[in-house]
Write a protein that binds this ligand. Structure first.
Ligand SMILES: Nc1ncnc2c1ncn2[C@@H]1O[C@H](COP(=O)(O)OP(=O)(O)OP(=O)(O)O)[C@@H](O)[C@H]1O
Ligand SMILES: [Mg+2]
Length: 311
């Protein structure tokens, strides 16, 4: 492989996965090279957190972007890696438009873009030209893309790298826990419904299986506060606190439903910066402070799950 072909080059996935022995050997060498670059990159970052849920649409991307901004405003150096290739959205919630691009360097590495509150961001959403472009990738291609993002993005020294994940406990979280020398912990997100609660149990089982600590669980869309002060529990009540008790994992806090969250995301703005005085923004500040306390105090623990339950 020529020098100029190295680096982040998502186009090479079009070539398919066949090839001669020599090509396969070359690929293995390149994978090993990427892994050592990824390891060196990740060792410069103090805390690596996965934002995981198993369940789709519960607010993982909102949580990732809002926590990133909260932590940055606390004076931390923060990066966000969007590992959701099929539906990247964290960039919009950090105020960066789709297709913005990332600057490449001569050595084949790329610089993350500077997003809201100085958060560094790397996402496939910056590399695709438009929102209606679909990446139709199978597992090994996604695993390769994750390794490339870990290896070739110049994060520099960071305090926190938050990794936004798609729903599920498959290729993306598995590749991340296998490629990052030590994932500091998993931040779980659920909404209060029974359906979400039961699916999030799979994420807890995943953490136990891959022996990765859980930082805690966040309940999003917990309640809606009406203009006259009444509170409506739209999706039910108490799921995250119940999971916290059942599995002995920290409950990090509740975020209310707020129509302005959806509206700001749709406008491609960071909700947290648009409405810093809102109840939801205040909740994020408190949750970020709890996360700092748990992570920096080394208090995140690997959940214990009976073998028959975790699968
Ligand atoms: N607390 C909230 N109040 C109002 N709207 C919210 C809230 N949390 C998230 N949303 C909206 O719900 C939608 C889904 O949120 P988000 O994209 O963060 O979920 P996700 O878990 O990342 O989804 P996916 O599984 O597709 O990645 C978005 O339009 C977002 O703006
Ligand atoms: Mg998402």
């Amino acid at each position: 492989m020529g020098e100029k072909e190295k680096g982040l080059r998502m186009d090479h996935y079009k070539k398919g996965s066949g090839g001669s022995y020599k090509e396969v050997a070359e690929r293995m060498k390149e994978t090993a090279r990427q892994q050592s670059m990824a390891t060196a990159n990740m060792l410069k970052i103090k805390y690596k957190l996965l934002i995981l849920s198993s369940k789709g649409g519960v607010g993982k991307s909102l949580v990732t972007s809002s926590l990133a901004i909260s932590l940055a405003l606390m004076g931390k150096k923060v990066g966000v890696l969007d590992a959701d290739f099929h539906g990247p959205s964290a960039h919009k919630m950090l105020g960066v438009p789709t297709g913005r691009g990332m600057s490449g360097r001569l050595d084949g590495t790329v610089d993350p873009v500077e997003a809201a509150a100085g958060v560094k961001l790397a996402s496939i959403g910056l590399l695709i030209p438009r929102d209606d472009v679909a990446l139709i990738w199978r597992g090994p291609i996604k695993a390769g893309a994750i390794r490339e993002l870990l290896a070739y993005v110049n994060w520099g020294p960071l305090d926190y790298l938050l990794i936004d994940l798609p729903p599920g406990t498959g290729d993306e979280p598995l590749t991340l826990v296998q490629s990052i020398p030590k994932v500091t912990g998993i931040v779980l997100v659920t909404i209060p419904s029974e359906v979400s609660k039961s699916v999030v149990k799979k994420a807890i089982a995943f953490a136990a299986k891959v022996k990765t600590p859980i930082v805690g669980i966040i309940e999003n869309m917990s309640y809606l506060r009406c203009p006259h002060g009444d509170v409506i529990y739209v999706f039910g009540k108490g799921a995250a606190e119940e999971l916290s008790k059942e599995y002995n994992i920290p409950f990090l806090g509740s975020i209310p439903l707020d129509p302005r969250v959806r509206e700001a995301s749709d406008r491609g703005k960071a909700f947290f910066l648009e409405y810093p005085d809102s109840e939801a923004a205040q909740a994020f500040r408190e949750i970020a402070a709890r996360i700092v306390d748990i992570v920096e105090g080394g208090k995140a623990i690997i959940p214990e799950i009976p073998e028959e339950e975790g699968g």
